[in-house]
Design a protein around this ligand. Sequence first.
Ligand code: BGC
Length: 502
Amino acid sequence: MAGGSLLAPSLANRQINYKGRTTIPVLLACIAAASGGLIFGYDIGISGGVIAMDDFLIKFFPTVYVRKHAAHENNYCKYDNQGLQAFTSSLYLAALFASFGASYVTSNKGRRPTMLIGGLSFLVGAALNAAAENLAMLIIGRMMLGVGSVPVYLSEMAPPKLRGGLNIMFQQAVNFGILCANLINYGTANLQPWGWRLSLGLAAVPASLLTLAAIFLSDTPNSLIERGHLEQGKSVLQKIRGTPDVEAEFQDLVEASRVASTIKDPFLSIFRRKNRPQLTMAVLIPYFQQVTGINVITFYAPVLFQSIGFHSNASLYSAVITGLMLIIGTGISIFTVDKFGRRVLFLHGGILMFIGQVVTGLVLAFEFKGNEELSRGFAVVILVVTCVYVVSFAWSWGPLGWLVPSEVFALETRSAGQCITVAVNMLFTFAVAQSFLSMFCHFRFGIFLFFAGWVVVMTLFVHFFLPETKKVPIEEMQQEWSKHWYWRRFAQEQENQDDSKP
Ligand code: BGC
């Protein structure tokens, strides 16, 4: 059955009849989601500054500390240590497994318990990290932080017309978390010898907000309806829309839930040949997002800048670069994504990211001797091109790496597609975190050319294989695939099968 025939007439047309305003529960849900994004960003941003702190290295990685201060040590290799990388990467491995657990708990018990478990485990993780006495406590704490998923909750509470924008706002909350983490690291770096404990422990602030919001929020109407609590679902919908007149939206939710229950095996479905375009996107979009190399900057900018000679200013520079540039870039995305479309942002972002990485690679190749520092002038060049790289990531692959997968799946492959997207993203976030410092030691400047090569591949891929999803309602996505010059050979099989049905 084609996705388009499931909810005819077009859902987009019927949404015009939905009533309601933005109410306190919706705002609370936004705060919860924003804290989810904030924690995620905080955890991304905090580890890099912490591993650059001497007190932290002396306590957990004394060999790295000795190497860092050895006069003629090769700068490319000072931080090459598997344990150090595991401190950063373990979070994403745990998140990968937790996302499967979260989807099980969510479909059986509702959204709220998932949020509550997420919030509590963030709190335990922050406490373990702040009090850490050994590597095991650090890593177990980081793994606890990896548990928790909120964006889905947000997208269900938001009025339909706001969903796309809110998806990108989540990304902005992540960026804001990254900026906060870097600024906090800048401040705590001078609080010796316990500054790193404060950095890691402060994750408890947004975690408490999330936990409180989970306690005070009701479950989402979608989740209640899907689990058969129709009356309860309707009254929550009335409460969150601030009007008793919610019949149109309620009926659509009931219908959507009926349709969802007829979709038997979304995982089998996405592996069918006719859904090959959707499976390809579910795997390649998150993979490409991670091999842009962005998390080399978000995770390791402080050690990267220290390695090439920025010394104590490294954490300030990385705060400005990773935080502010991400926020500016994503701001540009919010205002242009529905005007220019996804493909334009992807293509321009790709070209600028490529230039940024190639210039960085070449400056390091010709101007940076492994055991000396970079001259002032070239250090500034690296700073500028890194800003260009980060800002262009932040208007393209950053937000779109999540937004586009939420738009390309037809109804019957949607849940499986999104699950694969999250899993692939976490898997490769883990891989980059666990391997970058070693790759930097062995590939040296070549690592930037390696990522630049992937940026060329993904930009060509978008140009040739990604259809524009701007303003395409989800139920009409299947038709888009059947119109595409390449994917139609797969997607049209679906239409032929539909035609043969009575
Ligand atoms: C990515 C993260 C990245 C962040 C930076 C997200 O879209 O999934 O891996 O750290 O953007 O803003």
